[in-house]
Design a protein around this ligand. Sequence first.
Ligand SMILES: *Cc1c(COP(=O)(O)O)cnc(C)c1O
Length: 397
Amino acid sequence: MELNGKKIIYADNAATTCVTPAVLDAMLPFYKEVFGNPSSLYSIGNAAKKPLEDARATVAKCLGALPTEIFFTSGGSESDNWAIKGAAHKMAKQGKTHIITSKFEHHAVLHTCAALEKEGFTVTYLDVHENGIVVPEEVEAAITDKTALVTIMYANNEIGTIQPIAEIGAICKKHGVLFHTDAVQAVGNVHIDVKAQNIDMLSLSGHKLHAPKGVGALYVRRGLVLPNLIDGGAQERNRRAGTENVAGIVGLAKAMEIAHEIMDEKNEKLRRMQDKLITEILKIDRSRLNGDREKRLPGNISFCFEGIEGESLLLMLDLKGVCASSGSACTSGSLDPSHVLLAIGLKHEVAHGSLRLSFSDVNEESDVDYIIEILPQIVERLRAMSPLWDAIIHGRA
Ligand SMILES: *Cc1c(COP(=O)(O)O)cnc(C)c1O
């Protein structure tokens, strides 16, 4: 990739991804000749209706769902809010006011749970342990006769660990508890089957898989009727009003279709890149990989380096043309260490030295080679300037 004539290695695909040419091409007609409102009766409106429903069928197929179970939204945050608040308010009418989640969810889930706590709901935040994985037995042990909903993310956005979703789904089914999963990082990267995995609701977002920002979907199992999040017109089967983002939705479906076609091949390449990167980077003194080494997304790798600040590392990488992140994009700009890294038990000072590198099929294997070449030097330079490092190696910290 190039920006102002300079070569850029984009290694922050967990924050957002580029829209790929095939996705953009699929979208363009809906900004041009097929701009009509799908609810209109004349032909240019009607011409947008079929592509919209085709897109719904494609998204459904990729998840093992029915088209009528897919509701298009503005993205992952909206889907999470709708699923969790909707399920909570619905179940509260039956006296069920307890929610189970984990300590390292995305803020779209954590802050939604916090908002519900203010309304009087109680929330259990499960530990995710040093490996960054929720233990199904601990989900089961937390269920009470008041439990309305379990919401556990499919794959973590900061450290890439994949959760035992089918096991948790089976437990929820057994106890008659609703199960939602924020699968924003997983969709397009792992094979999902909402029926086999007993998932009642699943959130996904376009911009994490090469579709544009501002489009996503919520899968809601047939028979489960959530309260409306947006009242108004009859779009999305009367449940989510507002004229559809047709171009975005078509782009989302195209991106999911492509992701499913190339998934196994892409993952093989990404796993090769990940293995090489982890092996080489862990040769750096006092470095660590965050989260389980095996149960992870092949394109999401998080390290910590003692004695340095993640922010300085990012600036130095940026000077060398590498875009990466420290923690998630949503928490950068704040000086607090990432809640995810604290949840896996890291000390504040270690969590501060974090680096997340996330890759997609658009990356080349040579991107990893370049990072392996420059990263150890950068860490060494930063440590040479760091009073903290001096204290660490002399055993004073
Ligand atoms: C990016 C992300 C979201 C938010 O999705 P938006 O479409 O940006 O609202 C939610 N959950 C996870 C795990 C994410 O990575």
